[in-house]
Design a protein around this ligand. Structure first.
Ligand code: PMT
Length: 401
């Protein structure tokens, strides 16, 4: 199983070209190195006009390669040696000129020759003025690069270095990191439409107060990231959380259990895999007040009414060949409760996690889950929530067979 959870020990050959965005890529190198990535840097001559090669040499504690015939580098045939020693090529920022050269298989400098000589995945991050990006010639080159099998990360929009607002902005690092991790992930979920719910729900008491729970969304967001790296088309229905939207995932934000039910129901029929990691409130105040309830010395009693059980509804209306996965947040009787919910809610897999453990359950980076399917029970070790997500998706992939 490829390990698509970290850049640690991954050999990344970075090609930097002559865009002002090169200074942002220097920050990326620092982040990759801190994560344990093994980064080698090539620069075009024009790139060195924007950022000194000394910067990248210092960040990588390695030689920076720029000249195909560089005498002093003692690395003859660098254009062959460098890509052969890499797991992935990352061309960032990629100028319009570099897009054109790579699209046409040019080999007029070290960077373009290394790309031509490489047999590992190539990720390309264009960055330029909006007009240049939207020029049909540039658009055609980007299309050609995708047809060659390269991963072209769409530029972002916003304030550009030339002072204009528009498209052509270098993508954010988090998005590029997901592309890198996807390269190191099995594509066993390609073609699957995965619907994931995550986070808490908020049940209003009055305009100022609500009932909620300790879910941070980390488990569900980890499932969304890992599923997308493995090729799935992911829709994430999320309660209110403090997490960045996972790149490449369709995100639908909701607040109450009933809003979550509506959003999940809207996408359930078209999904081949549904994973309910959200902590949906079982109850809501029977009557939420439209005005702030005044404090009174005699205290306050809340009458609660039952919220719809979304998972049970999915189990009732499930489609053939759909894989339905529920979570069970338990504090005791974990397996018995998991088995009961598996049967009661007509799901294919229950993921049981202990919410009393210090390193499991709500709002922690790790989890330890028990996977209960009709055939057997499997205990996963304590792992990061992304690795736990990987273990859950391994089980889902086997159920798909
Ligand atoms: O978000 P984190 O901070 O990372 O924490 C992760 C988690 C602990 C929230 C997650 O791992 C988890 O256990 N999620 C399920 C929490 C929960 O509601 O468990 P439950 O046993 O109460 O519900 C059982 C299943 O029914 C769950 O799949 C839940 O989504 C679903 N449910 C529950 C109530 C309801 N009204 N509708 C539902 O669909």
């Amino acid at each position: 199983m490829k390990n698509g959870y970290t850049l640690k020990n991954r050999r990344i050959l970075l090609g930097v070209t002559g865009s002002i965005a090169a200074f942002k890529v220097a920050a990326w190198v620092s982040t990759m190195v801190q994560e344990g990535g093994l980064v080698s840097v090539m620069m075009t001559n024009s790139a060195t006009r924007f950022v000194s090669s000394l910067t990248f040499a210092a960040l990588t504690s390695d030689t920076v390669y720029s000249d195909m015939f560089g005498e002093g580098q003692g690395e003859a045939m660098a254009h062959i040696h460098l890509p052969r020693a890499a797991d992935v090529l990352l061309i960032a920022p990629a100028t319009a000129h570099t897009l054109a050269r790579l699209a046409h298989g040019m080999a007029d400098d070290l960077l373009s020759t290394a790309v031509l000589a490489s047999s590992v995945p190539v990720i390309i991050c264009p960055a330029m003025n909006s007009q240049m990006l939207e020029n049909p010639a540039t658009q055609r080159n980007m299309t050609m690069l995708k047809e060659l099998g390269h991963h072209v990360v769409e530029p972002g929009s916003g304030m550009l270095a030339c002072g204009e607002k528009g498209s052509g902005r270098l993508p954010e690092w988090d998005e590029v990191r997901e592309e890198l991790l996807a390269v190191f992930s099995e594509k066993d979920l390609t073609g699957q439409k995965v619907l994931i719910s995550a986070g808490p729900t908020r049940e209003p008491i009055d305009p100022a107060r609500y009932l909620s729970n300790r879910s941070s969304g980390k488990m569900g967001y980890a499932l969304a990231r890992v599923a997308r790296r493995r090729g799935a088309q992911v829709t994430l229905v999320s309660g209110p959380v403090r997490l960045a939207p996972p790149p490449g995932v369709r995100l639908i934000n909701v607040l109450t259990a009933r809003e979550m039910q509506e959003a999940v129901s809207a996408h359930a029929a078209s999904s081949s895999i549904i994973i309910k990691a959200a902590a949906v409130a079982d109850f809501r105040p029977k009557n939420s007040s439209s005005e702030k309830i005044k404090k009174s010395e005699s205290g306050l009693s809340l009458e609660l009414t039952v919220n719809p059980d979304i998972l049970a509804g999915l189990g009732r209306d499930r489609k053939k060949h759909q894989i339905l996965v529920g979570f069970a947040a338990e504090s005791n009787n974990h397996k018995a409760e998991g088995l009961r919910k598996l049967k009661d809610k007509n799901v294919d897999l229950m993921v049981v996690n202990d919410i009393l453990g210090e390193k499991t359950g709500f709002d922690v980076e790790t989890n330890q889950v028990t996977l209960i399917s009709r055939e057997h029970i499997e205990q996963l070790p304590l792992m990061s929530k992304e690795e736990t997500a990987g273990g859950i998706l391994d089980k889902v992939a086997s159920l798909l067979q």
